[in-house]
Design a protein around this ligand. Structure first.
Ligand SMILES: Nc1ncnc2c1ncn2[C@@H]1O[C@H](COP(=O)(O)OP(=O)(O)OP(=O)(O)O)[C@@H](O)[C@H]1O
Ligand SMILES: [Mg+2]
Length: 256
């Protein structure tokens, strides 16, 4: 748990409908600095929808969001970036034909007068990859030559370019081998060491238990339990995911 009691991000009563589909109903979520919060639940539970609301890609129909205790709205992806929220979506949105540096700076190339400032961008690319303890051979490697785990590292490193405080990762290990997964999990631990708040969306309970501090379960778009990772059994979390247990716990403190 983070040392600070004011969460970096606090969401209360978040609801989102798509026509007749209630994707989220009154969902609460807190993330502190130096904390990895796993967001788990079955297919269609609403995880990605919540991630997109944090990312400013969707707007909630109801609910409140605070960052550092300040009420805020995250109306656009640009607003999310300015608030220090960075997201890696389920499809990484990287370009295979470009090198690592170009992918990190995709859509925000740094110029020095009329020219791309390749020296600056490559130095920054090395810096953020080092910060993640990434072992990518060269920042000039074309993405097509990297493993799935290394691509995920590039996608995570890309979020660090904007100097975020909250990073949302949607299924970062879904398509990875065991070794690649282990590598990505160390990157997530680095994000926590760097003081960020991390929301980790995952189906893989082994990964979740390996790196998360707290586990928040969604079921059919609703909160169905929050667990301390260190003191909760696999079975308890699974039961909350499948609905074998229904946890109508006391709601988190209302926002002011
Ligand atoms: N753009 C959309 N239009 C209509 N319905 C949507 C849209 N996005 C999500 N939904 C619906 O909202 C619900 C929640 O979807 P969401 O993608 O958030 O689930 P998820 O927990 O991320 O699932 P998964 O584990 O499969 O990624 C589902 O019923 C889904 O079909
Ligand atoms: Mg999803």
């Amino acid at each position: 748990m983070g040392a600070s009691h004011v969460p970096l991000l606090s969401m209360r009563g978040i609801s989102k409908n798509f026509g007749a589909v209630e994707a989220l109903v009154g969902v609460d979520l807190d993330v502190h600095a130096h904390e990895v919060v796993a967001l788990v639940g079955d297919n269609g539970a609403g995880k990605s929808t919540l991630a997109k609301i944090v990312a400013g890609a969707y707007t909630a129909d109801a609910g409140l969001i605070e960052i550092d205790g300040q009420p805020t709205t995250i109306a656009t992806p640009g607003a999310a970036r300015e608030l220090g929220v960075a997201t890696v979506f389920q499809d990484l949105a990287l370009c295979d034909n470009l090198d690592v540096t170009s992918n990190l700076f995709l859509g925000r190339e740094v110029r020095n007068g009329p020219l791309r400032d390749d020296g600056y961008m490559e130095a920054t690319a090395r810096r953020v990859l080092n910060a993640l303890n990434s072992r990518i051979p060269s920042v000039r490697s074309p993405l097509s030559t990297l493993s799935g785990g290394q691509r995920q590292a590039v996608a995570i490193a890309r979020t660090l370019i904007g100097d975020p405080r909250i990073v949302v990762l949607d299924e970062p290990t879904a398509a990875l081998s065991v070794a690649q997964t282990a590598e990505v999990l160390t990157h997530i631990e680095r994000l926590r060491e760097l003081g960020l708040g991390v929301i980790l969306i995952s189906h893989n309970m082994t990964d979740v238990r390996a790196v998360s501090d707290r586990i928040v379960v969604l079921r059919h778009g609703r909160n169905n339990g929050t667990f301390e990772a260190a003191t909760t059994s696999h079975e308890e979390v699974l039961a909350a995911i499948t609905g074998a247990t229904v946890r109508r716990e006391p709601r988190l403190h209302a926002l002011r």
